[in-house]
Design a protein around this ligand. Structure first.
Ligand code: SF4
Length: 240
Protein backbone atom coordinates (compact mmCIF):
# COMPACT_ATOMS: atom_id res chain seq x y z
CA UNK A 1 0.00 0.00 0.00
CA UNK A 2 1.47 3.44 -0.91
CA UNK A 3 2.59 5.52 2.11
CA UNK A 4 0.09 8.31 1.39
CA UNK A 5 -2.90 5.93 1.37
CA UNK A 6 -1.58 4.17 4.48
CA UNK A 7 -1.37 7.45 6.42
CA UNK A 8 -4.83 8.55 5.24
CA UNK A 9 -6.28 5.23 6.43
CA UNK A 10 -4.60 5.65 9.81
CA UNK A 11 -6.00 9.16 10.09
CA UNK A 12 -9.51 7.97 9.28
CA UNK A 13 -9.29 5.16 11.84
CA UNK A 14 -8.04 7.65 14.46
CA UNK A 15 -10.92 10.03 13.65
CA UNK A 16 -13.42 7.18 13.87
CA UNK A 17 -12.02 6.10 17.22
CA UNK A 18 -12.26 9.68 18.52
CA UNK A 19 -15.93 9.89 17.43
CA UNK A 20 -16.71 6.60 19.21
CA UNK A 21 -15.01 7.84 22.37
CA UNK A 22 -17.03 11.06 22.22
CA UNK A 23 -20.26 9.07 21.83
CA UNK A 24 -19.30 6.95 24.83
CA UNK A 25 -18.61 10.10 26.90
CA UNK A 26 -22.06 11.42 25.94
CA UNK A 27 -23.69 8.28 27.27
CA UNK A 28 -24.28 6.27 24.08
CA UNK A 29 -23.89 2.53 24.54
CA UNK A 30 -24.64 1.73 20.87
CA UNK A 31 -23.77 3.56 17.65
CA UNK A 32 -26.85 5.00 15.93
CA UNK A 33 -27.38 3.46 12.47
CA UNK A 34 -26.59 5.87 9.65
CA UNK A 35 -29.63 6.98 7.68
CA UNK A 36 -29.99 9.08 4.51
CA UNK A 37 -32.62 11.06 6.39
CA UNK A 38 -29.83 12.61 8.47
CA UNK A 39 -28.32 14.17 5.33
CA UNK A 40 -29.44 17.59 4.05
CA UNK A 41 -31.57 17.64 0.86
CA UNK A 42 -29.56 18.12 -2.35
CA UNK A 43 -29.66 21.57 -4.00
CA UNK A 44 -31.96 21.97 -7.01
CA UNK A 45 -30.80 19.97 -10.00
CA UNK A 46 -28.19 17.96 -8.10
CA UNK A 47 -28.27 14.25 -7.31
CA UNK A 48 -26.39 12.60 -4.40
CA UNK A 49 -23.88 11.25 -6.96
CA UNK A 50 -23.16 14.78 -8.25
CA UNK A 51 -22.76 16.28 -4.78
CA UNK A 52 -19.33 17.31 -3.48
CA UNK A 53 -18.35 15.19 -1.68
CA UNK A 54 -20.44 12.45 -3.33
CA UNK A 55 -23.40 11.13 -1.33
CA UNK A 56 -23.24 14.09 1.09
CA UNK A 57 -26.90 14.95 0.41
CA UNK A 58 -30.10 13.02 -0.23
CA UNK A 59 -32.68 13.41 -3.06
CA UNK A 60 -35.22 16.16 -2.38
CA UNK A 61 -38.94 15.48 -2.10
CA UNK A 62 -41.46 17.53 -4.10
CA UNK A 63 -42.36 19.47 -0.94
CA UNK A 64 -38.71 20.30 -0.31
CA UNK A 65 -38.22 21.34 -3.94
CA UNK A 66 -41.24 23.65 -3.66
CA UNK A 67 -39.78 25.09 -0.45
CA UNK A 68 -36.41 25.65 -2.19
CA UNK A 69 -38.22 27.54 -4.95
CA UNK A 70 -39.91 30.05 -2.64
CA UNK A 71 -38.65 33.58 -3.15
CA UNK A 72 -36.86 32.55 -6.37
CA UNK A 73 -35.38 35.53 -8.22
CA UNK A 74 -33.42 33.65 -10.85
CA UNK A 75 -35.20 35.52 -13.66
CA UNK A 76 -37.06 38.85 -14.11
CA UNK A 77 -40.49 37.17 -13.88
CA UNK A 78 -40.10 37.31 -10.09
CA UNK A 79 -40.69 41.07 -10.17
CA UNK A 80 -44.40 41.08 -11.03
CA UNK A 81 -45.58 37.66 -9.86
CA UNK A 82 -47.92 37.29 -6.92
CA UNK A 83 -47.38 33.56 -6.41
CA UNK A 84 -44.98 30.94 -7.64
CA UNK A 85 -47.13 28.26 -9.27
CA UNK A 86 -45.22 25.07 -8.54
CA UNK A 87 -47.62 22.25 -9.44
CA UNK A 88 -50.30 20.02 -7.94
CA UNK A 89 -51.31 16.40 -7.88
CA UNK A 90 -50.03 12.97 -7.13
CA UNK A 91 -46.27 12.86 -6.40
CA UNK A 92 -46.25 9.26 -7.65
CA UNK A 93 -48.32 9.93 -10.76
CA UNK A 94 -47.80 7.83 -13.90
CA UNK A 95 -48.91 10.80 -15.98
CA UNK A 96 -47.63 14.40 -15.78
CA UNK A 97 -49.37 17.16 -17.73
CA UNK A 98 -47.18 20.17 -18.53
CA UNK A 99 -48.57 23.54 -19.58
CA UNK A 100 -46.85 26.79 -20.47
CA UNK A 101 -46.88 29.27 -17.59
CA UNK A 102 -49.36 30.62 -15.03
CA UNK A 103 -52.05 33.04 -16.22
CA UNK A 104 -53.75 35.74 -14.16
CA UNK A 105 -55.95 33.43 -12.09
CA UNK A 106 -53.14 30.92 -11.51
CA UNK A 107 -50.86 33.75 -10.40
CA UNK A 108 -53.51 34.94 -7.93
CA UNK A 109 -54.27 31.53 -6.50
CA UNK A 110 -50.89 29.81 -6.74
CA UNK A 111 -52.20 26.68 -8.52
CA UNK A 112 -51.96 25.65 -12.18
CA UNK A 113 -55.03 25.46 -14.45
CA UNK A 114 -57.61 27.00 -12.13
CA UNK A 115 -59.52 29.17 -14.64
CA UNK A 116 -61.95 28.20 -17.37
CA UNK A 117 -59.21 26.29 -19.22
CA UNK A 118 -58.51 24.41 -15.99
CA UNK A 119 -62.15 23.40 -15.70
CA UNK A 120 -62.05 22.10 -19.26
CA UNK A 121 -58.90 20.14 -18.38
CA UNK A 122 -60.78 18.63 -15.42
CA UNK A 123 -63.57 17.55 -17.79
CA UNK A 124 -61.03 15.96 -20.18
CA UNK A 125 -59.53 14.05 -17.24
CA UNK A 126 -63.00 13.03 -16.07
CA UNK A 127 -63.79 11.64 -19.52
CA UNK A 128 -60.67 9.52 -19.18
CA UNK A 129 -61.83 8.39 -15.73
CA UNK A 130 -58.99 10.36 -14.12
CA UNK A 131 -58.93 13.21 -11.64
CA UNK A 132 -56.33 15.73 -10.51
CA UNK A 133 -55.47 13.38 -7.66
CA UNK A 134 -54.39 10.72 -10.19
CA UNK A 135 -52.05 12.91 -12.25
CA UNK A 136 -49.54 15.69 -11.65
CA UNK A 137 -50.06 19.08 -13.32
CA UNK A 138 -47.44 21.80 -13.68
CA UNK A 139 -46.03 24.34 -16.11
CA UNK A 140 -42.66 24.82 -17.79
CA UNK A 141 -42.44 28.30 -16.21
CA UNK A 142 -43.47 28.84 -12.60
CA UNK A 143 -44.15 32.61 -12.58
CA UNK A 144 -46.61 34.57 -14.72
CA UNK A 145 -45.13 36.41 -17.72
CA UNK A 146 -46.59 39.96 -17.91
CA UNK A 147 -49.76 40.12 -20.05
CA UNK A 148 -49.42 36.38 -20.65
CA UNK A 149 -46.68 36.92 -23.24
CA UNK A 150 -44.50 33.97 -24.30
CA UNK A 151 -41.66 33.34 -21.83
CA UNK A 152 -38.25 34.55 -23.06
CA UNK A 153 -35.34 32.15 -23.69
CA UNK A 154 -33.44 33.37 -20.59
CA UNK A 155 -36.55 32.82 -18.44
CA UNK A 156 -36.92 29.28 -19.78
CA UNK A 157 -33.22 28.61 -19.21
CA UNK A 158 -33.55 29.78 -15.60
CA UNK A 159 -36.75 27.91 -14.79
CA UNK A 160 -36.60 24.64 -16.71
CA UNK A 161 -34.34 23.09 -14.08
CA UNK A 162 -37.32 23.01 -11.71
CA UNK A 163 -39.46 21.09 -14.18
CA UNK A 164 -36.59 18.66 -14.73
CA UNK A 165 -36.24 18.24 -10.97
CA UNK A 166 -40.01 17.66 -10.60
CA UNK A 167 -39.91 14.96 -13.28
CA UNK A 168 -36.82 13.36 -11.73
CA UNK A 169 -38.66 13.08 -8.41
CA UNK A 170 -42.01 11.90 -9.80
CA UNK A 171 -40.52 9.66 -12.51
CA UNK A 172 -43.79 9.46 -14.48
CA UNK A 173 -44.32 6.87 -17.18
CA UNK A 174 -45.70 9.46 -19.59
CA UNK A 175 -45.80 13.22 -20.16
CA UNK A 176 -48.52 15.15 -21.99
CA UNK A 177 -47.65 18.70 -23.03
CA UNK A 178 -50.54 21.12 -23.38
CA UNK A 179 -50.15 23.68 -26.17
CA UNK A 180 -47.54 24.89 -28.61
CA UNK A 181 -45.15 26.50 -26.17
CA UNK A 182 -44.71 23.52 -23.82
CA UNK A 183 -44.28 21.10 -26.72
CA UNK A 184 -41.80 23.28 -28.62
CA UNK A 185 -39.82 24.05 -25.46
CA UNK A 186 -39.53 20.50 -24.17
CA UNK A 187 -38.86 19.05 -27.63
CA UNK A 188 -36.60 21.94 -28.68
CA UNK A 189 -38.57 22.12 -31.92
CA UNK A 190 -39.97 24.91 -34.02
CA UNK A 191 -42.58 22.66 -35.61
CA UNK A 192 -46.17 23.87 -35.19
CA UNK A 193 -48.29 22.12 -32.58
CA UNK A 194 -50.52 20.80 -35.37
CA UNK A 195 -47.58 18.75 -36.62
CA UNK A 196 -46.18 17.76 -33.21
CA UNK A 197 -49.45 16.58 -31.65
CA UNK A 198 -50.70 13.06 -32.09
CA UNK A 199 -47.20 11.54 -32.23
CA UNK A 200 -44.96 10.16 -29.50
CA UNK A 201 -41.77 12.03 -28.67
CA UNK A 202 -39.36 11.86 -25.73
CA UNK A 203 -38.23 14.24 -22.99
CA UNK A 204 -35.52 13.23 -20.51
CA UNK A 205 -36.09 9.61 -21.57
CA UNK A 206 -39.85 9.81 -20.85
CA UNK A 207 -42.39 9.26 -23.67
CA UNK A 208 -44.15 12.55 -24.41
CA UNK A 209 -47.41 13.22 -26.26
CA UNK A 210 -48.08 16.84 -27.27
CA UNK A 211 -51.68 17.95 -27.58
CA UNK A 212 -53.63 21.21 -27.73
CA UNK A 213 -53.93 23.53 -24.74
CA UNK A 214 -57.41 23.64 -23.15
CA UNK A 215 -57.44 27.44 -23.66
CA UNK A 216 -57.10 26.81 -27.42
CA UNK A 217 -60.02 24.39 -27.25
CA UNK A 218 -62.19 27.07 -25.66
CA UNK A 219 -61.61 29.19 -28.78
CA UNK A 220 -61.61 26.27 -31.21
CA UNK A 221 -63.95 23.54 -29.97
CA UNK A 222 -63.33 21.52 -33.14
CA UNK A 223 -59.89 20.69 -31.74
CA UNK A 224 -61.48 18.59 -28.99
CA UNK A 225 -61.71 15.64 -31.35
CA UNK A 226 -57.91 15.73 -31.88
CA UNK A 227 -57.27 16.00 -28.13
CA UNK A 228 -59.53 13.02 -27.56
CA UNK A 229 -57.53 10.99 -30.12
CA UNK A 230 -54.24 12.04 -28.50
CA UNK A 231 -55.47 11.17 -25.01
CA UNK A 232 -56.77 7.81 -26.20
CA UNK A 233 -53.19 6.98 -27.25
CA UNK A 234 -51.98 8.10 -23.82
CA UNK A 235 -54.54 5.96 -22.00
CA UNK A 236 -53.76 2.98 -24.21
CA UNK A 237 -50.07 3.25 -23.36
CA UNK A 238 -50.77 3.82 -19.67
CA UNK A 239 -52.89 0.71 -19.45
CA UNK A 240 -50.40 -1.36 -21.48
S1 SF4 B 1 -40.01 31.90 -13.50
FE1 SF4 B 1 -38.84 30.29 -12.50
S2 SF4 B 1 -36.72 31.00 -12.52
FE2 SF4 B 1 -38.02 32.78 -12.92
S3 SF4 B 1 -38.32 33.69 -10.90
FE3 SF4 B 1 -40.06 32.29 -11.30
S4 SF4 B 1 -39.46 30.36 -10.35
FE4 SF4 B 1 -37.61 31.61 -10.55
Amino acid sequence: MPDKVYHECRQLIAQGRAVLEDLQDWGFSTVPAFSDELLPPCPVGQSPEQAMPAQSCRPVSLDELEAQLQGCSRCPLCEKRRNIVFGVGNPQADLVLVGEAPGREEDEKGFPFVGEAGRLLDRILFALQLSRQDVYICNVIKCRPPNNRDPQPDEIASCEQFLKAQLAIIRPRLIVTLGRFAAQTLLQSKDPIGRLRGHWHEYQGIPLMPTYHPAYLLRNPAGKRDVWEDMKQVMHRLSG
